[in-house]
Ligand binder design. Structure first.
Ligand code: ADP
Ligand code: MG
Ligand code: MG
Length: 252
């Protein structure tokens, strides 16, 4: 069993006018066996939360803590975070010129396990993950994110989730660019992962559409760098019907 604990997290970014506080004290506990959804309007700091957990250098942690099973995540390198069992899929993964999907996945798996996977089983596992994610096996010969469609990026993300087998998956989702088939593949992949009671998911999303396919146990409403409301799956339905207006008005 594992536990991701975010306590009073404060994060700033450097701007031309000096530091700007984006996260203003975020507290959230995610236990294995649970799917948490973070929903909120554009610019509310959702991606900042994901990037901060991931260790992106652009974000200054000015207060609070993030721990995984009691271990200080914020003092870990990006590789150490992966080895500790965190999977962090970013909304706009960068192109990695000249690196094939196959090599990228193998490097990632080696980083997570601390040793290179055995070649024979690995090739089989990669092909199986490609099929699960609805990708042609030749996909693994392409360069990472080079000319990937929105759907292919997400399918690749699901293949990574499948292969790296983390404890906690933090997924910064945009379902805006996904056609219905890709949305289904992503949802099925996340649901397959979340079925295991040892796994936990933090799903960050702007739209409620994906939550028709992934039923969260908890929903957190994110507004202006804070959690403005929390509830169960019914809160997502309420947001779909009413939008974020009342929270945004209360926050100003
Ligand atoms: P979300 O993912 O919820 O749409 P983000 O975490 O991407 O929100 O952004 C949160 C806020 O941080 C936004 O208001 C954005 O404009 C601001 N922000 C992020 N980076 C910078 C920066 N370098 N300079 C100024 N503001 C920034
Ligand atoms: Mg479960
Ligand atoms: Mg975002």
């Amino acid at each position: 069993m594992s536990k991701l604990e975010i306590k009073d997290l404060r994060v700033s970014v450097e701007t031309e006018d000096g530091p700007k506080e984006i996260l203003k004290g975020v507290t959230l506990t995610i236990d294995s066996g649970q799917v948490h959804a973070i929903m909120g309007p554009n610019g509310s700091g959702k991606s900042t939360l994901a990037y901060s957990i991931a260790g992106h250098p652009k974000y200054d942690i000015t207060g609070g803590s993030v721990t995984l099973d009691g271990q200080d995540v914020l003092s870990m390198t990006v590789d150490e975070r992966a080895r500790a069992g965190l999977f962090l899929a970013m909304q706009y993964p960068v192109e990695v010129p000249g690196v094939s999907v196959a090599n990228f996945l193998r490097t990632a798996k080696t980083a997570v396990d601390g040793e290179a996977p055995k070649l024979r089983t690995w090739v089989k596992d990669v092909n199986a993950a490609m099929v699960q994610a609805g990708l042609d096996p030749t996909f693994s010969q392409r360069n990472v994110n080079e000319g990937f469609s929105g759907g292919e990026k997400k399918r690749h993300e699901i293949a990574q989730l499948e292969l790296l087998d983390p404890k906690v998956a933090v997924l910064d989702e945009t379902d805006s660019g996904l056609d219905i088939d890709a949305l289904k593949v992503v949802s099925d992949g996340v649901n397959r992962f979340a079925e295991d009671d040892d796994k936990a998911v933090l799903l960050i999303t702007h739209y409620t559409r994906i939550l028709r396919y992934i039923k969260p146990d908890f929903v957190h409403v994110f507004v202006a760098g804070r959690i403005a409301d929390e509830g169960g799956a019914e809160l997502a339905d309420q947001l779909e019907a009413e939008g974020y207006d009342k929270y945004v008005r209360a926050a100003v």
